[in-house]
Structures are given as C-alpha cells and as structure tokens.
Ligand binder design. Sequence first.
Ligand code: SAM
Length: 222
Amino acid sequence: MDSEGVKIVEQEGRLGLQIFDSSLKKYMNPYFVDFSKTFEMFSRDRSLLSQPLLKAIGVKKGVRSVIDATAGFCGDSICFLSAGLKVTSIERNFTLFEMISRERSLFLEKKPYRNLMENFNLRFGDAIDIFGEVEAPEVIYLDPMFPRKKKGKSPKEMQILQELLKENTFDVEEESSRILEASLSVATKRVVVKRPLKATFLMKKPNKSFLGKSIRYDLYLA
Ligand SMILES: C[S@@+](CC[C@H](N)C(=O)[O-])C[C@H]1O[C@@H](n2cnc3c(N)ncnc32)[C@H](O)[C@@H]1O
C-alpha cells in the first residue's frame, strides 16, 4: 500500500510508514507510532511535568482538558494524557488518523493504560470545522508543520511527516495563522503554539513564551 510517495506497511495490527533514502537507494526501516515510550518516560520521571510544554498548557494552573488540533503521531497528546488531562486530538490526514486510531485501540485493550485511554478522543477532519462541533475547550494546542529543512536535519519521524504531507505544506505560515485565529475564538482559557525557537510570532505577540532548546511554546491567553 502506498500513499503520496510514502510506503505504508502493516505489522501485528499496527501501520508503519517508510520513506525512500535516495543516497542508500532503499526504503528506510518503517516508523511505527508507539504510545508506550512516552507513557513509560513519564512514569519513570515525574519532573517531566515541569517541561515547558506542560507549563504553557497550564497543567499546574488547574487546566483539565485540551484539544490537540494537530495530532500527527500524537507524541504531544500522550504527554498531555500522562499529565492527567482529558485530550481530544484532531488529525486531517487519513493515513495518520488510521495509524493513531489503531494505536489507541491497541492501548484500550492494555489493562494499565485503559483508564488513561478513556480520557483520549480522536477526531478525523480539519480542526477548524471540528471546533464548531465540540464543547468549547479550555485549551487548544497547535503544532503546525515547520518550514521544511533539508533531509537528514530533521528526526526520522519528522522526515516521514514532511514527505507524507508535502502537498499540504507549501503555505505553512498562512495556514498556521488561520488555525490560530480560529482557536483564539473558541478556547476558553489558552491557546499554545509550538514554533521554532527563532521564528517570528504567528499573527500577533503572545502573552508569554516558554523556551525549549530548539523550539518555543507561545502562549495566548483567551
Ligand atoms: C507537526 S505535525 C504534529 C506532530 C504532533 N504534535 C506529534 O507530537 O506527533 C502537524 C500535524 O497536524 C496536522 N494538521 C495540520 N493542520 C491541521 C488542521 N487544520 N486540522 C487537523 N489536522 C491538521 C497535519 O496533518 C500533521 O499531521
């Protein structure tokens, strides 16, 4: 099964994605979403609850629910679940949606994760449309695609996303501003946007930025 230059493979109920390495002239090993890595990281190290992302979301300020409007592989959604939040994640790419839905179903069957997974909803479609169908969320989190780097500079999963979504990523900044504007009109407490550390602000200056090593989280209070 192929999709937009990316090979889709199936293994034990999971979907994996492979891209072609033109220097080695072969497909790279497939990438599978695996929620357990993030869950395990959080159960080993609770200091992760103080990382800039969760500070920006407001976990210690009493926030209880979040919409992750740009789900991707759900890495960030799983951080939110690990921090005890109720999470609705939205993805508009059908291949990615299938991947994360299957992973969610697998985890619903795993006893230690069942309770957490019950706090996890997935929706397929464009977030801007779905905002009109759900209860107004406390927080909306946005991790839009960043402008493309040369291959080899991004982590493997990001290279795969860039390849899979390359048709949609030509006007990233304009699209990102559109979804930020829509988010600001529905979130009741905050909107958080992940940006490259040195990037300009989307739309307008945020109330605060939380800095990581190579990225930052811009916080807009509703
Ligand atoms: C950079 S990735 C997000 C990665 C994610 N934070 C993670 O931890 O895996 C951006 C994702 O948002 C999705 N996306 C972008 N705009 C969207 C929209 N308006 N509605 C729904 N999904 C969107 C893209 O298809 C892509 O999968």
